[in-house]
Design a protein. Structure first.
Ligand SMILES: Nc1ncnc2c1ncn2[C@@H]1O[C@H](COP(=O)(O)OP(=O)(O)OP(=O)(O)O)[C@@H](O)[C@H]1O
Ligand SMILES: [Mg+2]
Length: 323
């Protein structure tokens, strides 16, 4: 079996017989040491088991590194949190192991998921608590590192760092790299040191853009800022542009959508239509799949899950978890 180092991406062969004593002793994770770059990283023993030993269902590839996707746009109210939560929940329902990181001081991801975590991203970044105490299991396969007001203090700490400030988030999250299939990062509106950190951590960027002129303007401004980051970090790419609030009863949004299609044919995703269920679901602490599984919004987010997971079978069948 093969393990990939999350730092230098070098692959290493592992003899499964050497791992058996750890599994038999009840250990869930072991520390691996990359022979090339000497980086130490934790590996879940279950991810190293043979297919016969694994429980049924979709399994992660051995030692695979999570895809890190940030959902971001400086413009407020475009559907960043709604998309982060529902994309995360949909991927989790499809059997992927997902971590949702909320880097917003509004801390809305926990609210939308109906959770009140005692600790989250702040405690992880300030190293007040071990990682395991900062994570909240929000749903089966879906874990949350919550945001909230306390992140304002963290931003001040990052601002005061004399060097390496933009890597603060990457350093804190690196032990989680190979624990998940997807790490999704919800960001706050605006542009600050924490968003710069998110762009130095993520490899893929998903931009939700409400189909109205001001949001489109915000998107082109954001693309310029992303270009400035890419000069220093070329691993980060604008991968998805997700039109939101599509209302086909009005002419304007459809015209803007057609315009986006011409400008960004590669990145453009099928739009999320305007649907009141998306605005109602958070007050019940439910995802769209739980609140209105038969809605157009649920269908739109399933399509997004298939696109992002590159798995055309994801959430195709009426999954038993989606009532
Ligand atoms: N497709 C949609 N149809 C109807 N309402 C929606 C849709 N998408 C999101 N909403 C609602 O619009 C509001 C703004 O969405 P959301 O909070 O996801 O935006 P945001 O970009 O995260 O905002 P902020 O920049 O403040 O973090 C919320 O009340 C949400 O429930
Ligand atoms: Mg938000």
């Amino acid at each position: 079996m093969i393990i990939t180092c999350p730092k230098c991406a070098k692959t290493h062969k592992v003899n499964p017989d050497r791992l058996k004593p750890f599994a038999e002793a009840g250990k869930k994770t072991i520390m691996a040491n990359c022979k090339s770059c000497k980086f130490k990283f934790p590996i879940e023993l279950s991810s190293l088991m043979t297919p016969e030993e694994k429980p049924a269902g979709k399994q992660r590839q051995v030692g695979s590194v999570a895809r890190k996707i940030c959902i971001t746009l400086s413009k407020g109210g475009v559907g960043k949190t709604t998309t982060s939560v529902n994309l995360g929940a949909g991927l989790a329902l499809a059997g992927y192991k997902v971590l949702l990181v909320d880097t917003d001081t509004q801390g809305q991801s926990s609210y939308v998921l109906g959770k009140k975590p005692g600790a989250g991203l702040t405690e992880l970044l300030t190293r007040e608590l071990p990682i395991s105490d900062c994570l909240t299991e929000a749903r089966n396969n879906l874990w949350l590192l919550s945001g909230g007001k306390s992140l304002a203090g963290v931003k001040r700490i990052i601002d005061k760092k004399s060097f390496g400030a933009e890597f603060t988030l990457s350093e804190a999250l690196s032990p989680l790299d190979n624990q998940f299939d997807f790490i999704l990062i919800d960001t706050s509106p605006g542009w600050d040191q924490l968003i710069v950190n998110v762009l130095f951590y993520s490899t893929e960027v998903l931009v939700p853009v409400a189909l109205e002129v001001m949001s489109l303007h915000g998107m082109s401004e954001f693309i310029k800022s992303l270009g400035a980051i890419q000069k220093y970090r070329n691993e980060v790419h604008l991968k998805y542009i997700l039109p939101t609030f599509l209302d086909l009863r009005i002419k304007g949004p459809k015209m803007l959508y057609d315009q986006l299609k011409k400008l960004y044919p590669q990145q453009l995703c099928k739009p999320i239509r305007y649907n009141e269920s998306l605005a109602e679901a958070p007050s019940f602490g439910k995802t769209i799949f739980e609140f209105a599984p038969g809605s157009t919004a649920s269908e739109d987010y399933r399509i997004l899950v298939r696109k992002v997971s590159e798995n055309e079978f994801a959430l195709r069948k009426k999954n038993s978890s989606i009532k």
